[in-house]
Design a protein around this ligand. Structure first.
Ligand SMILES: N[C@@H](CCC(=O)N[C@@H](CS)C(=O)NCC(=O)O)C(=O)O
Length: 228
């Protein structure tokens, strides 16, 4: 069986979640990076890769698992963990309450963290906007507030329990990028900061896939805003 092909970019949090998950379950991927600033997802070469037919949303990440196309990072990481992981620690199949709590945080990543990040970055990266409205930045700090309350309520080391799950993998990607661009105030969000530090120290491949790539996103952001 050929390795699963992942269409992604180095920077996208959603694609990074797929890479982190694959590494954690020891799954080889054939990663094909694209440059969305050059609209590579619209070039004939890329369309020839049939991504639009595979994914009507033309978003990355998209995977091709030996002829089976799938899109949306949350759907993809659940699929990879369910199909290829040696055990169900990343995404429990029998403890349905735990699974539902993980799902809730995957939706939080998608609907709050990633959505607010994309709301800021898309106009700057792709539409030439050079000013970011304060209300958008405020919305990021409100998201930290939600995460702080979540961590206070659960009181666990990771988002859902004492071991890393798909919730941490997904949340870590947007959170590390947001924090690189709009640093969370440690005096207001001590649990968020402690959580980020824990992830940095314990999540396999965190530095390579989150810290370094979040910094690449920050560099492009600063460059586009004329800050460097
Ligand atoms: N909910 C999706 C969001 C993916 C997404 O919006 N990806 C962006 C890059 S960060 C993209 O592909 N943009 C190009 C486009 O929409 O054409 C996921 O989790 O995979």
């Amino acid at each position: 069986m050929a390795p699963i092909v992942l269409y992604s970019t180095r920077r996208t949090p959603a694609g990074r979640a797929v890479e982190l998950t694959a590494k954690m379950i020891g799954l080889e991927l054939d990663v094909k990076y694209m440059d969305l600033t050059k609209k590579e997802q619209m070039t004939p070469e890329f369309l020839k890769a049939r991504i639009r037919e595979m994914n009507p949303m033309h978003t990355v990440p998209t995977i091709d698992d030996n002829g089976v196309p799938l899109y949306d990072s949350h759907a993809i990481i659940i699929y990879l963990a369910s199909k290829y992981a040696k055990d169900d620690s990343l995404y429990p199949t029998k403890d349905l309450v735990k699974q539902a709590n993980i799902n809730a945080l995957l939706h939080f990543e998608s609907g709050v963290l990633f959505a607010r990040l994309r709301w800021i970055l898309e106009p700057v990266f792709y539409w030439g906007e050079t000013v970011v409205p304060q209300e958008k930045i405020d919305s990021v700090h409100k998201a930290y507030d939600l995460l702080e309350s979540t961590l206070k309520t659960t009181g666990t080391e990771y988002l859902v329990g004492s071991t890393i799950t798909l919730a941490d993998i997904s949340v870590s990607t947007s959170l590390s990028t947001l924090n690189a661009m709009f640093p969370a105030d440690a005096s207001k969000y001590p649990l968020v900061m402690a959580y980020l530090k824990r992830l940095e120290e314990t999540m396999p491949n965190y530095k390579e896939i989150n810290t370094e790539r979040a910094n690449e996103a920050l560099q492009l952001y600063n460059q586009k805003l004329g800050k460097v």
